[in-house]
Design a protein around this ligand. Structure first.
Ligand code: HEC
Ligand code: HEC
Length: 99
């Protein structure tokens, strides 16, 4: 019984903690993958060939943490992706199989 209360409390705290840092979508270090930042069909099976990135990716919820191990400016990338929208993604991620 105690355990159930603990679990419930944990879910409430983690679900509603407004000041908890959100790390956003996490696929590890993209530079470690064969394609690097450039998307390919085998690393992006669900999204391949679809230009409407924002159907699946919330731009507020990506580019939040730099996992590349290099000194990129993740805040600048986050802001740029939001200001350019989906027309800007290809510059860094390739054309995602969209002709
Ligand atoms: C139909 C849903 C969908 C669409 C549309 C989509 N994606 Fe994705 N994307 C995913 C999923 C799911 C993942 C997680 C990896 C996987 O299973 O494919 C992902 C992963 C990624 C990753 C990480 C890739 C990696 O190597 O792990 C990048 C970058 C990305 N998407 C960019 C884009 C861009 C840019 C577009 C638009 C051109 C796009 N996505 C459109 C669903 C989608
Ligand atoms: C200026 C280059 C640049 C642009 C423009 C850009 N990205 Fe990225 N993107 C990156 C980098 C670099 C990473 C790896 C970030 C990291 O290590 O966390 C990344 C990671 C991602 C990921 C994996 C999840 C994550 O947060 O790491 C997704 C999904 C993604 N981008 C989607 C998009 C979409 C959709 C667009 C267009 C709206 C876009 N990107 C525009 C450089 C860019």
């Amino acid at each position: 019984m105690k355990k159930i209360f603990f679990l419930f409390g944990f879910l409430v705290l983690s679900g509603c903690g407004g000041d908890a840092f959100n790390e956003g979508e996490d696929y590890g270090n993209l530079l470690d993958t064969p394609g690097g930042l450039t998307l390919n069909q085998s690393e992006h099976p669900l999204g391949w060939g679809d230009a409407n990135c924002t159907i699946c990716h919330n731009l507020e919820n990506i580019h939040l943490v730099n996992r590349t191990g290099t000194s990129i400016d993740i805040v600048a990338i986050h802001d740029r992706a939001i200001s350019e929208g989906i027309s800007g993604c290809a510059a860094c991620h390739g054309n995602n199989g969209v002709p």
